[in-house]
Each structure stands twice: as structure tokens, then as C-alpha cells.
Design a protein around this ligand. Structure first.
Ligand SMILES: *Cc1c(COP(=O)(O)O)cnc(C)c1O
Length: 354
């Protein structure tokens, strides 16, 4: 490839590849870990009652209504919360704010495939720490010199949950760097590290409304941490774009957080479906690390994952597959509702018994 002179000064990156969002209807979409249930019913009323003339005005740069609702729900102070346009926005801001050392940041080999993309775009050196054969983190890997640490808990795409004690040990061993725990899937049965943020000023916990709160399309993410961490993040955010989260989203987000009953009902339903799905997958000859998230990372004893993925797609069932070392014989199946899972199993039985 030949470059024009100006192209020498382009910030060249290989972008993140999100899961497909097919335009067709009548498909079964189990590929991006979206929630099969609608958002909390009170969100309906917010939309119906919204006075559109409010759109003339810039949104509240502090997203106060949402921050306050989150502070109450998570038992912290508003100054402990940073909100952003999806946790992707929050994590990118956090990388920019905290990962400015010459030392490499650390994250696992099998993990959220956005981390290396952000590291590259923000020009942060990184080192990958391979998970063990059971896709578990070895805490020793995170006790070497580093410029920061990030991993999801439960991990994606494996679904494996690590203990709060193990994470506390890592945070405690790294007083000189910021440790970020990406809790995108913590509401599906895991124990959160939020309470540790009171004790450790170098810990940032990140969560999202996209999975457990059924709002992937609204783009809401947030981080909880020490007042100083949050202040530093806001300084960076207000140096890039102050008006990121729109007014409607702020109000809808706040309403969602207040409906605890609906939240525990829908996450509970997903957890039950997940446990039934594990049993059915086992019977069909799949193996998988035990998942504490809203997806299962499964491999079949005989049939190749890439093949099953393509066959499911022909039947309009979308799951996620990566043709990457170590994981190219796995597919990640999002937990849908019971009817969707029944359709999935009907198709799998067909494909496996051909
Ligand atoms: C889905 C996901 C996110 C991003 O979610 P947003 O929709 O941007 O809030 C972040 N981290 C992990 C591990 C995820 O799976």
C-alpha cells in the first residue's frame, strides 16, 4: 500500500468489531448479550410525558438526576460516580485518565476485545497475561510492575467469576496503579467489588445499563470510585465533550435504577434460564466453563464451533464466534428468553444429529 504524505500523520488503528446487528426481522439474536426483557415499565411513562421543548436546551452536564439515583442505589455519594455514554465511553475515558505511564497495563489474553483497541488508540503500552487452562486469572501475573490493570468480572467471553477476595488481593498489591474491574455482568449472580472502593483509592468499578438493565440502545455506563478518581475522570471528560449524555437518557436511566423489583425479577429469570441452558447443553455434549453471566461460552466435543455457528446462522439464530487462537472452538451464546432457548435447542439437535 502506498501512502500520501498527509497519511503519515494519521492515527491509524484497527477498530473493535462489534457483534452483528442484523436488519432482518424474525431472527433469534443471541450474539451481543442484550437482555431479552424490556426496560423497567416506568420508562414508558417518562417517554410519554417528555416535553419535547426541553430538547432545545443543552443537557445537564453533570447528569445529576441519574448520578443521584445511582448514588442512592449503590450506597455511595454522588461524587463517587462518573456516568458516560455506555461503559465503553466510561472505560475509554478511564484509560485516557489513568493509564499514562510508560509501563505496560495488564489484562488477560481471553477477554473483552476492546481493551487492546483502546490501548492502541490512546497509545498505551500493554502486556497480556494468559488465563490458565480453566480460563482463570492467576493473581501472580498481576503482581509485577505495571502501568495499570483492567479485567472484567465475570470475565467476557468466558463467563468465569473471580472472588472479591482475589480481586482485593490484586488491588492491595498495586497501590501505585489504578485497577479497573469491568462489572458488565455482575448482576447475574456475582458479588460486586463496589464496597471495596471505600477502602482502596486506586480501585475503579465500572458497570453498564446495557445488559442487566435492558438498555443497550440508550447507552448508559458508570464508574464508582474514590472522589479523587472521579474528579480526575470528569476533568478529562470536560476537556473532550461536556454534553455527552442526552436529557431523555438521563431521566430514563434514573427511573430504571429506582425499580428494584423489576430488576431482580428480570435478572432472576435470566439466571434460571441460564441454569436450565447449562443442563441442556451438557446433555447435547457441550463443555463450558461455569458461567455467572448472561451468556455461556461453549465448545462441542465433536462438532467444530465455527461449523455450528454457520449452521445456526442459516436457521436465523445468531450467536458469537471468534476465529482467534485458544477460543476458535467456542461460541458464546447469550441467554435469551425461554422460547428463544427452545428454538436454539431445536436447531442444535438438528445440527448435531445430522
Ligand atoms: C457489553 C460490555 C461492555 C460495554 O457495554 P456498553 O454497552 O458500552 O455499556 C463493557 N465491557 C464488557 C466486558 C462488556 O461485555
Amino acid at each position: 500500500m502506498s501512502f500520501n504524505k498527509w497519511e503519515e500523520n494519521v492515527r491509524k488503528v484497527i477498530p473493535y468489531t462489534p457483534g452483528e446487528q442484523p436488519k432482518e426481522r424474525n431472527i433469534i439474536k443471541l450474539n451481543t448479550n442484550e437482555n431479552p426483557y424490556p426496560p423497567a415499565p416506568s420508562v414508558r411513562k417518562v417517554i410519554d410525558d417528555f416535553d419535547i421543548s426541553a430538547m432545545r436546551l443543552y443537557p445537564d452536564t453533570d447528569s445529576e438526576i441519574l448520578v443521584n439515583a445511582l448514588a442512592e442505589r449503590y450506597n455511595v455519594r454522588p461524587y463517587n460516580i462518573f456516568v458516560g455514554v455506555g461503559s465503553d465511553d466510561v472505560i475509554s475515558m478511564a484509560f485516557m485518565t489513568f493509564f499514562n505511564s510508560d509501563k505496560p497495563i495488564l489484562f488477560p489474553d481471553v477477554t473483552y476485545s476492546f481493551y487492546d483497541v483502546w490501548a492502541d488508540v490512546h497509545r498505551i503500552p500493554y502486556r497480556i497475561c494468559p488465563l490458565d487452562d480453566d480460563f482463570r486469572i492467576n493473581p501472580k501475573d498481576y503482581k509485577t510492575e505495571n502501568g495499570g490493570i483492567i479485567f472484567p468480572n465475570p470475565n467476557a467471553p468466558t463467563g468465569v467469576l473471580e472472588s472479591v477476595d482475589m480481586i482485593e488481593d490484586i488491588v492491595k498489591s498495586n497501590p501505585d496503579s489504578v485497577v479497573m474491574i469491568d462489572e458488565a455482568y455482575i448482576d447475574f449472580g456475582g458479588k460486586s467489588c463496589v464496597s471495596l472502593t471505600e477502602k482502596y483509592e486506586n480501585l475503579l468499578v465500572i458497570q453498564t445499563f446495557s445488559k442487566s438493565r435492558s438498555m443497550a440502545g440508550m447507552r448508559i455506563g458508570f464508574a464508582i470510585g474514590n472522589e479523587k478518581l472521579i474528579k480526575y475522570m470528569n476533568d478529562v471528560k470536560f476537556s473532550v465533550n461536556s454534553y455527552t449524555m442526552n436529557t431523555v437518557t438521563q431521566i430514563c436511566g434514573a427511573e430504571t435504577v429506582k425499580d428494584e423489583k423489576y430488576f431482580s425479577e428480570t435478572t432472576g429469570r435470566i439466571i434460571s434460564t441460564r441454569e436450565r441452558t447449562k443442563e441442556r447443553l451438557k446433555k447435547l455434549g457441550f463443555v463450558f466453563p461455569d458461567s455467572m453471566s448472561n451468556f455461556i461460552f461453549a465448545s462441542h466435543k465433536e462438532k467444530n464451533a465455527g461449523y455450528i455457528f454457520e449452521e445456526l446462522k442459516k436457521r436465523k439464530i445468531f450467536v458469537r464466534y471468534w476465529n482467534k487462537p485458544r477460543i476458535n472452538n467456542y461460541m458464546r451464546i447469550t441467554i435469551g428468553n425461554d422460547e428463544e432457548m427452545d428454538e436454539l435447542f431445536k436447531a442444535l439437535e438438528e445440527i448435531l444429529h445430522e
